[in-house]
Ligand binder design. Structure first.
Ligand SMILES: Cc1cc2nc3c(=O)[nH]c(=O)nc-3n(C[C@H](O)[C@H](O)[C@H](O)COP(=O)(O)OP(=O)(O)OC[C@H]3O[C@@H](n4cnc5c(N)ncnc54)[C@H](O)[C@@H]3O)c2cc1C
Length: 477
């Protein structure tokens, strides 16, 4: 297994195809380093006592590998991935930027197996070869599923511009040429590989959109338009000041993908795999959310409790009730992920599939409550996160001492600690990244409506109607 530093060195050698705010930059651009360092941490923690049992896993073929390159084989694998995600996200203040790639790989392990059996194309053989490359080289991947989608009321083939969903525009003997874009793609500019999947169910007119493949992030014709942000402190250092976010609008400008990296080729009849792939990636990703969202809830809970303590209100009745509310969201989402793992089924490919209803109700509960959790934190913190003086003023020789006097809350808490707390609350509640996290909390892994669709698809409503009829004394029609 490689070190975080080796990963960062490889990243810095990639071709510059990243655009940030009007500039073309290399991957050593300072705005990308906060997320690159978080990813590096997931490589470096493999030997730490707290993490090694979760991060290291024995692969069937390639010895000990990092769990973020592993295909789930058992209930224990799903449980460990969830626990690992929660533990790591506590350290990073939110996202760990590793789930998207490995969730896509798990979905592909199943889809390519089915597609090879049904079409005779060697999709699974190619996937297994590509997985070997991942596991032997400890690869970091992102997942590009979400298309720009144009007019939401129209299907892909009905759009005025057919490229609003990524599609195959040419079939060659040695590969395919794809054109289109994917938006909202987390961490793509700091990942070595981009895994591209279809985003939705497709109809027989839409075979060309049933395309899945993997390419290096700096491949010819790939352009990454990147939004990068962090919370760097100027006058003191703290962990959350070193973290950040990287989101990408990826354009595939007639990109050639060689056959050995094509896992669904947009051939005749392959539209049937579009919906399955989309649902399976979303399923794995929603199981990941039952690990990361409890960590986010714990962070919001910790800050809610701390600001209440500093302000002298922690034992007030309404505060206690709000803290209990936060705990309930956090632990119910985690419990849903555990239940999804324990009721998982083994696919013919050997990959373990978590239960769809438990994953989706967990994800739905997390998404539905995210703004509620922020509301509690904002409520308990008061208005200061929005109006906090800048660091340069707080630490200024002249005005600083006056600000330190008037920011004081409980006697035994220093003004410096009050400032540091509110500076981070300001990041969470009032910053650009805070806003990104909130929208991600709602839409990441699919919009809330898509969770409802998945919940109802997997749920036996008829048996519940029978219960109602029995209780009401209604005889069978
Ligand atoms: C921070 C962040 C990170 C993300 N990371 C990734 C990533 O790494 N990889 C990735 O592939 N995706 C990623 N996503 C994308 C995420 O999955 C999508 O945002 C989500 O699926 C919603 O899609 P959308 O943004 O196009 O919104 P839309 O689909 O346009 O949704 C907006 C509203 O329109 C409704 N709607 C849309 N179409 C219809 C219709 N036909 N009929 C009725 N109602 C409709 C929706 O239900 C919703 O209420 C990320 C998103 C965020 C915010």
């Amino acid at each position: 297994m490689r070190t975080g530093e080796e990963f960062i060195q490889k990243l810095h050698q990639m071709k510059p195809n990243v655009f940030i705010n009007g500039e073309t930059v290399s991957r050593d651009d300072p705005r990308l380093q906060a997320v690159a360092k978080i990813i590096a941490m997931t490589l470096d923690k493999v030997e730490e006592p707290d993490f090694k049992d979760l991060l290291k896993v024995e692969s069937q073929d390639y010895g000990t590998i990092n769990r973020f390159t592993h295909i789930h084989q058992s209930v224990d694998d799903l449980l460990k991935k969830q626990e690992l995600t929660r533990k790591l996200c506590r350290l990073t203040g939110g996202c760990v930027f590793r789930c998207m790639g490995i969730d896509a790989m798990n979905a592909l392990s199943i889809i390519t197996h089915r597609a090879e059996a049904m079409t005779g194309q060697p999709y699974n053989q190619r996937f297994l070869k590509y997985l070997k490359y991942w596991q032997e080289n400890d690869i970091v991947g992102s997942c590009a599923q979400t298309d720009p989608k144009g007019n939401r009321a129209l299907r892909p083939h009905q759009q005025a511009d057919p490229d609003l969903y990524l599609r195959v525009v040419e079939h060659r003997d040695d590969g395919i040429v794809v054109r289109g874009a994917k938006n909202h793609i987390t961490a793509a500019a700091v990942a070595e590989e981009i895994i591209v999947l279809p985003t939705r169910m497709l109809t027989p007119e839409e075979d060309e959109y049933a395309v899945a493949f993997a390419i290096p992030g700096d491949w010819d014709g790939v352009k990454l338009v990147t939004r990068a942000s962090n919370h760097k402190r100027e006058h003191y250092s703290c962990p959350s000041g070193d973290f950040g976010d990287v989101e990408n609008f990826i354009i595939f400008d007639d990109v050639f993908v060689p056959n050995d990296r094509v896992f669904l080729g947009g051939r005749e009849g392959e539209h049937a795999f579009g919906g399955w792939t989309a649902l399976l990636f979303a399923l794995y990703h929603r199981h990941s959310y039952t690990g990361c969202k409890p960590a986010t809830s714990e962070i919001l809970l910790g800050f809610s409790a701390l600001v209440s303590e500093y302000n002298g209100i922690e034992d007030k009745k309404h505060v206690q009730s709000k803290l209990a509310d936060l705990i309930s969201v956090c632990e119910l989402v985690y419990a849903a992920g555990i239940a999804a793992a324990h009721t998982a089924t083994k696919d013919d490919s050997g990959t373990m599939i978590p239960d769809a209803v438990f994953c989706n109700v967990g994800r739905k509960h997390a998404g539905k409550n995210y703004y509620h959790e922020l509301e509690i934190l904002a409520d308990l913190a008061g208005g200061l996160p929005a109006t906090l003086p800048h660091e340069a003023d707080f630490y200024d020789e002249t005005i600083g001492p006056l600000l330190q006097k008037y920011i004081k809350r409980k006697e035994d808490v220093s003004s410096d600690n009050v400032y540091k707390l509110y500076r981070t609350l300001s990041d969470i509640l009032c910053s650009s990244i805070g806003g990104v996290s909130a929208v991600a909390g709602l839409h990441g892994g699919g919009s809330p409506q898509m969770e409802d669709v998945a919940i109802l698809k997997g749920y036996d409503l008829e048996s519940r109607k029978k219960i109602a009829k029995y209780l009401a004394g209604i005889s069978e029609d």
